[in-house]
Design a protein around this ligand. Sequence first.
Ligand code: F6R
Length: 630
Amino acid sequence: MCGIVGYVGRTSGRADAGHTALDVVLEGLRRLEYRGYDSAGIAVVADGEISSRKKSGKLSNLLAELDARPLPESLTGIGHTRWATHGGPTDQNAHPHLSDGGKLALIHNGIIENFAELKLELVAKGVEFASETDTEVAAALLGDIFRNKLGGDVSDGGLTRAMELACQRLEGAFTLLAVHADQPDVVVAARRNSPLVVGLGEGENFLGSDVSGFIDYTRRAVELGQDQIVTITADSVTITDFFGAPAEGKEYHVNWDPESAEKGGFPSFMEKEIHDQPDAVGQTLLGRSDIHGKLTLDELRIDPALLKSVDKIIVLACGTSAYAGQVAKYAIEHWCRIPTEVELSHEFRYRDPIVDANTLIVSISQSGETMDTLMAVRYAKEQGAKTVSICNTNGSTIPRESDAVLYTHAGPEIAVASTKAFLAQITAAYLLGLYLAQLRGNKFQGEIKDILADLAKIPAKIQRILDNEGQIKELGEAMADAKSVLFLGRHVGFPVAMEGALKLKELAYIHAEGFAAGELKHGPIALIEEGQPVFVVVPSPRGRDSLHSKVVSNIQEVRARGAKTIVIAEEGDEAVKAYAEHVFYIPETPTLLAPLLATVPLQIFALALATAKGYDVDQPRNLAKSVTVE
Ligand code: F6R
């Protein structure tokens, strides 16, 4: 996800500290590289002008550009690393974006949901756009307000006032940082549902997406609230809300070292990514429906008539992504009544599958580079199928070669074992399922709106699980000597059980298997002996009653044979307590959405157990993040 840095220093401060805006911003961007990005840019204010440079690709490309075309020395600057969402990773789409005749520069993290509507308005006023980004629209809006509404008057707030008025018009999630040539000693920033922290210095102040952006210069930080604007100069930090009313931030001391700052203070990327999951789901939902609950998947550029004629869906994926597909199958079939198969990509094209122009292939891949999935998608295209890619990596090969793409916005996943991408994939596949149901008239608009409302509550519910992770962590640590752990689930709980087992295999190198609970008696029950740990994912008792009671019976079957049962159940399900050694409760949610919650304790368990064994959870042995061989 995008990284953001801002800096204002003053001459005397600079004499002491020797910092220029360029030094500070580039160092901050280097520290924020871990967030993942595909272009970078910087703008400084000097000599009554804005000077900016931006380049697609790695920071080294920007550095080469700065060598070739140096920026003037300056004490006010902003910098950005971009993780493409609206528009590909090109020089043109990179930030900063300029407006007000090149006097204003803006950088942005997040998604502006009403950018299309604002763009039409600005185009009608004669504004021309050079990129495909929502950010350029925000820059143009800010410039228009500064120049045309406020008359470019900097005596009464100037850029800060313009930012307030702009934020009142913007919908979605955003962190914005702006500089203006007419206010050379100021950086103005705003945040809504997107991260921003202030760093307090002596004769200099900083802004960053997180503290890594300025950790080399100060450990004093200020946390901002939602819908706040902050104006920094070298000597002041002023916080207001979007209507200009004074507001306060919370100052704190950063005691992380620079390396752990990159992991958000967590000991591993994996732990950080597990904690990123409320955002991963939230960001994936963002901007994909209107206020009436109508899905607007603009990026799904397949003729609606073709989507209406689909008579079969085949989901192609590997590993964790295939489990996301298996979860989605239950929802898609239920909502759209389209037969849906989930196939491991590497098995698909070797079995002479039945695919034709009415088949919709949905590939799911975090990296977008998995060779097995790529080859399967190519094969399906050759057979005439339409292909949609669900992917987390903008511009990667699978989405490029597919007819359409629905990006997950989980942010870069650095730990090899997938966590946040899994939840984001399920979320995106659900959006696709609901979109098809909307298009084909399988569901009333009100029903879709209700499901979207339930989905919107998921991030807060994941957060509640994370806030109470102590109990499951303790169990993971206590079970460090386990030799084998089994996982059982029914319905959507079945793929969750398999994902729980996969996490344990990958991270802790323990034998682990996930079974459909109903399959037990057909063989796997022979594995149960005294003390065998068995996780059971229990469906909601409020759902289809028979499902809950069948799983409770399965718990009794394994307990009767000596298993130690560990149960994931819905809050309020008191009945399971009698049959479990340990119960971990997850918040109430409709059955089809429960995998987005039930998976989280299983991830935390695997992480805690592997950590207790002293293993490197970010880079498990023998595994690669992107499997680019067949
Ligand atoms: C497991 C894991 C893998 C990937 C699989 C597919 O934690 O990460 O099983 O899910 O290799 O990778 P993508 O999604 O990049 O196609």
